[in-house]
Design a protein around this ligand. Structure first.
Ligand SMILES: Cc1cc2nc3c(=O)[nH]c(=O)nc-3n(C[C@H](O)[C@H](O)[C@H](O)COP(=O)(O)OP(=O)(O)OC[C@H]3O[C@@H](n4cnc5c(N)ncnc54)[C@H](O)[C@@H]3O)c2cc1C
Length: 476
């Protein structure tokens, strides 16, 4: 029998529970899609989310009359079933946005993905010839010697040549990941070349990919009119018809006995909850999950966890007394001389993101929590951002009338060379628990986009539903 109790001086807070309760840790897209699918199948669900709103990395912040994502979030998938699922959740309330992006290199703006004429003119004929000849050299070399790719640098050079690596991959990758390309695992880039798209763009521009749908290069994507957070808000609304989503409530302990998770402890400012359940789905960072287990895992597992790193993110949004600043979806800024990594103007994604006559620019800084950027004051961050936007010729300081800063921990799992050894060890340990399931980007330590996060939540829910059907059949 499940039970839901709390201990505090506050009045008893009762929540519906039943014999088939699934407890979900984390109310990002993975946790919510799992919760929605289970609730839709008539099961009992409780979602715990530490933040004041659901959505995790895919939430939309509201600041006065302005809305913005934590870095522009487009929805695109190759999976038609997932596309239908998301459109249904949105009740077909979405915009189709035409993508127009640029990349700022060597003090020039290039179309992104690069167009051959644009790339040729911008790079100059000699660099273009060098890039093509380097690429050809690598292709010929690969015919005779199979490349030994360990790092991102090895992999990119063997696939695109050194000139393209240096021009387009190196600086941006090192800005995003905060480590040398020699230390970024090849496994990541080879599986998800679309994620590191600059080289694909060049290859597409110069050598023409056979027209296949490379997600990074698609021209159109789906976007909810009120921001990407609309997807999570809709999930929450559906789950709450018969179940509970507790925001502002952090899971702090996960108790287990005989390889079974028995209950979790979660806290908010009013209550401490002690919730039992049959199945537990974790979409919170895998490092948090392991460190909250009680009894604690063996020391080698804790050591493995301490070696997994996440990259953090600072979002600086500045509000402007201007109707529009750019006509771009994204602008990529790889140059190391500029701390900024990428910007977007939400009004170019949906006109409902800013009031008439005003606009805002969202600037992304990739960093670690120990870095100067993360620890700078809000005023320093705004002044630094305004200065760079002025340098790029987009704004004047006097246009700025407000700002909003969001510090986003654990935005990207970092795939350092050798990470997989630690990760496999942790996974193997977690697989011992019969009723624990992991899902999502931070939860599974995978470079998942929205579609993958949603799919992973749905897959876990489906597994739970199938297992319980099987149990019932066996009992008959
Ligand atoms: C800058 C940036 C841009 C992106 N752009 C795109 C894009 O354009 N398109 C795309 O498809 N994808 C994009 N993504 C990826 C997308 O954001 C993720 O794939 C998706 O949001 C992951 O959802 P999730 O539920 O797996 O994880 P998360 O969103 O990380 O959810 C985990 C949740 O767990 C909560 N939590 C953590 N600890 C606890 C605890 N102890 N107790 C309770 N709750 C807890 C967190 O608050 C969070 O809400 C982008 C990501 C970033 C960082």
């Amino acid at each position: 029998m499940n039970s839901f109790t709390h201990n505090s001086t506050h009045p008893q807070h009762t929540l519906p529970f039943s014999d088939n309760t699934s407890v979900i840790l984390g109310g990002g897209l993975a946790g919510l899609s799992a919760g929605f699918s289970l609730a839709d199948a008539g099961r009992s669900v409780t979602v715990f989310e530490s933040d004041k709103e659901v959505g995790g990395l895919s939430k939309t912040i509201r600041h006065g009359n302005f809305k913005f994502d934590l870095g522009g979030h487009r929805f695109f998938t190759r999976n038609e079933e997932t596309e239908r699922f998301v459109k249904n959740i949105l009740r077909n309330d979405y915009l189709t946005v035409h993508r127009k992006s640029k990349i700022y290199l060597q003090k020039k703006f290039f179309d992104y993905p690069l167009k051959p004429a644009n790339a040729l003119l911008g790079l100059g004929v000699s660099t273009t010839i060098r890039a093509i000849s380097d690429y050809g050299k690598e292709k010929i070399k690969n015919l005779f010697i199979s490349p030994q790719n360990i790092s991102l640098e090895d992999w990119v050079i063997s696939h695109f040549g050194r000139t393209l690596f240096t021009l387009y991959f190196k600086e941006y990758s090192e800005k995003v990941w905060g480590i040398s390309c020699k230390n970024i695992s090849e496994e990541w880039v080879s599986r998800r070349i679309e994620g590191l798209s600059l080289g694909v763009a060049i290859k597409n521009a110069l050598f023409k990919l056979n027209g296949r749908r490379v997600p990074t290069l698609v021209d159109e994507f789906i976007y909810p009119p009120m921001g990407i957070g609309q997807i999570s808000d809709r999930f929450k609304e559906e789950i709450e018809k018969r179940n509970t989503v507790l925001t502002n409530t952090r899971v702090s302990e996960i108790k287990h006995r005989n390889a079974v998770i028995t209950n979790i402890i979660a806290k908010n400012c009013d209550n401490t909850y002690d919730l039992k359940g049959n199945e537990f789905i974790s979409s919170i960072p895998i490092t948090h999950l392991v460190s909250m287990l009680n009894p604690s895992p063996p020391i080698d597992i804790l050591t493995a966890v301490s070696k997994l790193k996440y990259r953090d993110l600072v979002i600086v949004t500045i509000m402007l007394n201007r109707e529009r600043v750019t006509d771009l979806t994204w602008l990529y800024l790889p140059e190391q001389s500029m701390p900024l990594g990428r910007i977007h103007e939400p009004k170019n994604w949906s006109p409902y993101m800013a009031p008439e006559g005003k606009t805002h620019i969202v600037a992304e800084y990739f960093c670690f929590k120990e870095d100067r950027i993360w620890n700078s004051s809000d005023e320093e961050l705004v002044s630094m951002t305004v200065k760079q936007l002025e340098q790029l010729g987009f704004i004047k300081k006097n246009d700025v009338f407000d700002y909003c800063i969001v510090r986003v921990p654990k935005a990207y799992p970092v795939f350092e060379v050798g990470y997989n050894e630690q990760y496999s060890k942790i996974l193997q340990y977690l697989e011992n628990f019969k009723n624990l399931h992991i899902a999502g980007r931070t939860g599974m330590f995978k470079y998942y986009n929205i579609d993958h996060a949603i799919e992973s939540g749905r897959e876990v829910a489906e597994k739970i539903i199938q297992n319980s059907k099987l149990k019932i059949t066996n009992q008959l």
